[in-house]
Design a protein around this ligand. Structure first.
Ligand code: HMG
Ligand code: MG
Length: 403
């Protein structure tokens, strides 16, 4: 049995809803997040601060964030909310909501600094803070230094692997191979006044075509944007998760994304200060052998399992199979969407993320602990899919509701 704790990152309110054509009322999104927060989940990606013309459905994310900031905790444990954004402009809009809430009676306690310029050189808003991290490249260097200097013995699996990993002679990341720099403990998320934590998620792609389509820039331009963005976010106390899209296939360049390209980007992002890499099979083209090869390549590049989350879309029905491969490899964080909601607006034909109910059912069957109440999650899957007029694509959810 897999006795380990497995962390689920519920991305339904963001990845699940962003592609819906008909406008979903902000109240429904707020209600979805509120219900999800009561299921035992630890982490919820609740919205995004992207250009509303590119992804209109996420335009109300500021209202979702405001509502969280003004509500009491709906769970005995503190929940981490993640906010996806592509650039400094998005970070600025996110900071604005935080700042506004700080002046409200039940708002955010310490207003974070506000970015003043877009996508360019790093911001200089911290100059009167004696503890300020130098922004721009010097900030990035200092983060990468601290990763390098930390103990390399942490560079192991996040727990006993399910079965085969322990006998794998390549199982342990070598402390001398390239990225012994990834051993810094994860930055702790800020608590807001009501006990919620918040993190920022950023995203780039492993292929140039997808990068252009999704964010209108090259991969290198994404990395250049992220250096000041990460420094500013982390300086304000928000850990950063970084997605690598199309890691197992690209809608424009085909199924054979180079795993070395993915590993190279993961290393760069971690060295820049990312606290977690979410490796995304955007198109659902990933197969078991390709997933195994990708994880092996990440390991050989020195990326620790505990710094990786896997983000499987289920377009070809392979998400749970690839989840099993990843568990076997020692990965303990997975993204999913309640009701199997979702799809990426810039990945034609891609369907939703693996359904949270299905993931929970599988993980519990293996003996893993997720903390998530399957029945409650199934009720939410049923409710939200009918609310937005979609079929519930979670088999475990439908079966649980029929019991
Ligand atoms: P751009 O047009 O190149 O932006 O878009 P720009 O920097 O040239 O600015 C143009 C205008 O947009 C300016 O306004 C900016 O202020 C404004 P103007 O001066 O013309 O009035 N602008 C913004 N407004 C609001 N929020 C912002 C923002 N940034 C600029 N953040 C951009 C570039 C990145 C903004 C655009 O391409 C974009 O928003 N892309 C987001 C696409 C997206 O959200 N995709 C889905 C999420 S990723 C995903 O689903 C994959 C994932 O699930 C993992 C996986 O499965 O692969 C994470
Ligand atoms: Mg996705």
């Amino acid at each position: 049995a897999l006795a380990d704790h497995v962390r689920i990152v519920e991305v339904g309110p963001r990845d699940g809803l962003q592609n819906e054509k008909s406008s979903i009322p902000a109240e429904t999104k707020i209600e979805l997040v509120r219900r999800l927060a009561a299921t035992g989940l630890e982490t919820i990606e609740a919205g995004s601060f992207v250009h509303p013309k590119w992804v209109p459905q996420m335009a109300a994310s500021d209202r979702v964030l405001s509502s969280i900031l003004s509500s009491p905790p709906s769970s005995p444990h503190s929940i981490t909310y993640q906010w996806l954004l592509p650039n400094i402009k998005g970070l600025g809009n996110y900071f604005k909501v935080m700042e506004n809430a700080s002046s409200a009676p039940h708002g955010y306690p310490t207003p974070p600094p506000s970015p003043t310029q877009d996508c360019g050189p790093a911001l200089n808003t911290y100059s009167n803070d004696p503890n300020a991290m130098p922004s721009s490249t010097s900030g990035v260097e200092s983060m990468s230094q601290s990763r390098r200097s930390a103990s390399s013995t942490q560079g192991q699996d996040s727990g006993p692997a399910m079965n085969t990993s322990s006998s794998d002679p390549n199982a342990m990341p070598s402390s001398t191979s390239g990225v012994d720099s990834m051993s810094k403990p994860r930055q702790t998320a800020s608590n807001d006044r009501n006990g919620h934590k918040h993190e920022v998620s950023i995203f780039l792609a492993a292929t140039e075509s997808f990068s252009k389509k999704n964010t209108n820039c090259t991969i290198q331009e994404s990395l250049d944007r992220f250096a000041p963005l990460m420094a500013d976010s982390k300086k304000a106390g928000y850990p950063v998760r970084a997605y690598i899209s199309v890691a197992l296939g690209c809608p424009f360049e085909g199924p054979d994304t180079d795993p070395h390209k993915v590993a190279d980007l993961a290393v760069k992002l971690l060295e820049m200060g990312a606290d977690e890499i979410s490796v995304a099979d955007t198109t659902g083209m990933g197969t078991a052998p390709a997933t195994r090869k990708l994880l092996q390549t990440l390991r050989e590049a020195g990326v620790r399992n505990e710094d990786i989350a896997m983000h499987f879309h289920d377009t070809f029905g392979q998400a749970l199979i690839n989840t099993m491969i990843s568990l076997d490899h020692g990965i303990r964080t997975f993204d999913s969407a309640v009701g199997g909601l979702g799809g990426c607006p810039y990945s034609p034909g891609a369907t939703g993320n693996v359904a949270t109910e299905d993931l929970v059912y599988t993980l519990h069957s293996l003996g893993a602990k997720t903390g998530v109440d399957l029945e409650e999650m199934s009720r939410i899957g049923d409710w939200i899919t009918s609310e937005i007029g979609k079929g519930n694509s979670s088999s475990a959810g439908r079966a649980t509701m029929a019991r």
